[in-house]
Design a protein. Structure first.
Length: 78
């Protein structure tokens, strides 16, 4: 509902004004944002319970270091 267009809803529901459709969309967006905020707070709360020893390197950095190590070992074996 939150992603809908008022005109689409009006076309599908008999006797529904565009103004009411816009209000319905606005209400759906409010509910969606409230739910998202609650889930974000819950996730932050749960993540605070997990110890974080170190930050993980970005995937591209990991791939590059593995590639360099692999290439170095191939050169030394040749």
């Amino acid at each position: 509902m939150a992603k809908s267009e008022a005109g689409d809803i009006v076309d599908k529901v008999e006797h529904l004004s565009k103004r009411v459709a816009q209000q319905m969309i606005a209400a759906a967006k409010v509910l969606l944002y409230e739910k998202a905020d609650a889930l974000r707070e819950e996730a932050d709360s749960l993540l605070s319970l997990v110890p974080r020893a170190r930050t993980w390197p970005a995937l591209d950095e990991t791939y590059q270091s593995q590639t360099q190590t692999s290439q170095a070992s191939n050169i030394s074996l040749s």
